[in-house]
Design a protein around this ligand. Structure first.
Ligand code: DHB
Length: 368
């Protein structure tokens, strides 16, 4: 039967709505991976089925159900936001279908199902690095501003705790709604509080709105620095943010300017295949997620069910465009280098230029 020779990957992504850039980046990366590595693996023809969940968890759940039951996919993947990843988790468990989380980054996601493997990052992983860097670099007081849901709460907690441990003072913790946030009233509060810096987490796609309002309100001129996780200086948007973004320091696991041969090759191929679109950290999560799936299929010689595939995903070590990574066999979460980066101009374009690195960082959220 023809079906037996097909290996189906159900890719659930926000292709429309507020999170659409995440879907666009990940779909492009998954297709690039397939173009570079072929669509036949261990004798199976790879079929990618892309579904738009608009980042709405009820829709994610329905699509995951349909993909698993009707299309009989071998793997579900994608998941642009935390609530979407969590909505699909019980279905992955019930059906023993590996769920490759390529984007969502709340620490606890991997604990929602033993069938989840993550190729993105976690907010604790990147936020702690800023809690160490800031107080050593003249930032003694901070206001935090985060999107009010899983990853924002993680970023706020792990940054604040580490910053305070290092003698820093968190003056105020502000949370903005995930949907259509108006940053203006929050930024006014920050101005009044006069911290040395504003620490920000907003999801991919919201960074340029924060940057615009930060500059329009003259926060930089009032002596307030902008710091955060690299989601705010997202490579998908950074180049259009203007010179006001110069000097912004963030911590993250991927920059399009990462100076490795593997990354140069990745960025070039991605831009060539996508009309000059620069890949961001979402693209890398998608590209590496495809790699993890392809390798698992190879290792199981095309014969594996969900449990065998999952076992073959655990413990994979490889060179990603971001650097060396490991899928921790115990936690099924990604272990990776975390970089300190500063926005600089290179050849007339804005980039997050890496200037320091913490090697092989595990998710601090899994320590307990
Ligand atoms: C999540 C979404 C993002 O766009 C991001 O940059 C980080 C985390 C999330 O919902 O988990």
């Amino acid at each position: 039967q023809a079906q037996d020779n097909v290996f189906k990957i159900g890719l659930i992504l926000p292709m429309t709505g507020q999170q659409a850039s995440t879907g666009r980046q990940i779909e492009a990366a998954a297709k690039l991976y397939m173009a570079q590595n072929g669509d036949t693996v261990a004798g199976k023809k790879i079929q990618l089925i892309v579904k738009d969940d608009t980042a709405t968890p009820d829709v994610t759940k329905r699509l995951a159900q349909e993909l698993i039951v009707n299309d009989k996919v071998n793997v579900i993947a994608g998941f642009g936001v935390t609530p979407a990843a969590l909505a699909a988790a019980p279905l992955a468990t019930q059906s023993k279908t590996p769920q490759v989380v390529m984007a969502a980054a709340t620490s606890s996601i991997t604990e929602a199902s033993p069938y989840i493997v993550r190729t993105s990052f976690t907010l604790p992983q990147v936020s702690v690095a800023m809690g160490d860097w800031a107080p050593k670099n003249g930032i003694k007081s901070v206001v935090t501003l985060v999107s009010d849901y899983g990853p924002g709460n993680d970023a706020e907690k792990y940054f604040s705790e580490r910053f305070a441990l290092n003698g820093g003072k968190v003056i105020e913790k502000l949370r903005v709604p995930l949907r259509n946030p108006d940053f203006a009233p929050f930024l006014q509060k920050v101005r009044d509080a006069k911290p040395d810096a504003l620490f920000v987490f907003v999801p991919s796609g919201a960074g340029s709105a924060v940057m615009k309002q930060f500059l329009e309100r003259g926060m930089d001129k009032a002596g307030i620095k902008l710091i955060g996780t690299g989601d705010v200086t997202d490579d998908d948007q950074l180049n259009d943010m203007g010179d006001g973004a110069l000097g912004v320091v963030t911590t993250h696991h991927y920059s399009a300017a990462h100076p490795s041969a593997a990354n140069k090759k990745f960025v070039e191929a991605f831009m060539k295949a996508n009309k000059g679109m620069r890949p961001n950290f979402m693209a890398v999560g998608g590209y590496d997620g495809m790699r993890v799936i392809y390798e698992a299929l190879k290792q199981t010689k095309g014969q594996g069910g969900g449990d065998a595939l999952l076992a073959a995903m655990k413990g994979q070590v490889f060179e990603s465009p971001r650097g060396e990574v490991l899928i921790d066999a115990q936690t099924r979460d990604i272990v990776q280098d975390v970089y300190l980066r500063k926005v600089e101009k290179k050849d007339g374009q804005l980039y997050n230029v890496e200037f320091d690195v913490l090697k092989a960082v595990k998710d601090p959220g899994k320590a307990k």
